[in-house]
Ligand binder design. Structure first.
Ligand code: TPP
Length: 327
């Protein structure tokens, strides 16, 4: 069962994430042409864009409260937005500015916001240990919150994946592992790296439920995550969800993306989940076009403001470089 306000919320989150990523992708290239240099331009460092994966963030976070913990990986902006991370401070952090979530120290892969219990790591699979630790803390303290780790299908081959699921199952923790299966870990396809075609079957090895959601379907993600969150909140233990999703861009901005066929790339464009969800909402008669246009406009205005905030924020003071750093 999904309510109208939840459909609209999911659409707005998806629209905001897409517009955010389009904006970041374009600002990122400023100063990096004609010779690509990671250190140049207003956004230094690597950049991993989540366009195409918006349904995962919207469907999962529709069931989360600010106190619930969520850890994401290097491809994280959609989940940060859906979890409610403050957009201006998040954008300033991506730009490395003093007004950022961590004063510009963390950058795009290490967004952290204690107000909404959001964390992330550029170390592939690392978020699993953060989330299982948070779930253990909730259980020991008798708090009614849950913890979610979001990883890519490539990370599901890391040892930490199995250690995390084993302990979460053994201790019956309020934990959900969400795998975004975009088919690729950098240039390595899932079939070249993974012994089973679908990771949901691996849940059986830990005696927990595993579900595969095909076709990046926002409603189905919402339904399956609803069941997993309810199970975790009821004290019945963890679940594993794998979602078939799409990485519309290359692995990182600047990736020539020569390893995917032209056919695969053009097939992806016609399966754009944002356009598909919009058409579906209109086709089902749930929304008027004007209503969705207004949500688009609000999302764009918020993103434009955040980009402007980041652009006009100061750089961190060199004298502050060692503040907040453990030594
Ligand atoms: C422990 C570790 N090993 C290797 C890397 C380099 N690396 C960054 S992203 C990535 C692939 C991740 O693929 P996947 O988990 O499928 O996520 P996706 O990029 O598809 O979202 C790798 C190997 C890293 N950051 N951390």
């Amino acid at each position: 069962m999904i309510y109208q306000h939840q459909r609209l919320w999911m659409y707005e989150i998806m629209a905001k994430s897409r517009y955010f990523e389009d904006s970041i992708a374009s600002v990122y290239l400023e100063g990096k042409k004609p010779v690509f240099d990671l250190s140049k331009g207003p956004i230094p460092g690597e950049m991993h864009i989540s366009s195409g994966q918006e349904p995962c963030a919207a469907g999962v976070c529709a069931h989360l409260r600010p106190q619930d913990f969520l850890s994401a990986g290097h491809r994280l902006h959609h989940f940060a937005i859906a979890k409610g991370v403050e957009l201006q401070a998040m954008t300033a952090e991506i730009f490395g500015r003093s007004t950022g979530l961590s004063g510009g120290r963390a950058g795009h892969m290490h967004l952290f916001d204690s107000h909404v219990n959001f964390g992330s790591s550029g170390i592939v699979g690392q978020g699993l240990s953060l989330a299982v630790g948070a779930a253990l803390a909730f259980k020991l303290r008798g708090e009614p919150h849950i913890a979610v780790a979001v990883i890519g299908e490539g990370a599901a081959n890391a040892g930490l994946f199995h250690e995390a699921l084993n302990l979460a199952a053994l201790w019956k923790l309020p934990f959900v592992c969400v795998i975004e299966d975009n088919g690729w870990a950098v240039t390595v396809s899932k079939s070249e790296s993974t012994a089973v075609p679908r990771n949901d079957v691996r849940a059986a090895g830990y005696g927990i439920p595993g579900t595969y959601v095909p076709e990046n379907d926002p409603y189905e993600i919402f339904r399956v995550m609803g069941e997993a969150a309810a199970r975790a909140r009821a004290g019945d233990g963890p679940s594993l969800i794998e979602i078939e999703t799409l990485r519309l861009a290359g692995h990182f901005q600047g990736d020539p993306d020569g390893y995917r066929s032209t056919q695969e790339k053009s097939r992806m464009l016609v399966r754009d989940p944002l356009q598909a969800f919009r058409s579906r909402l209109l086709g089902e008669g749930h929304c008027e076009k004007s209503e969705l246009d207004a949500l688009d406009a609000r999302a764009r205005a918020e993103v434009d403001e955040a980009i402007m905030f980041a652009r006009t924020s100061s750089m961190p003071e060199p004298a502050d470089a060692l503040r907040c750093v453990f030594a």
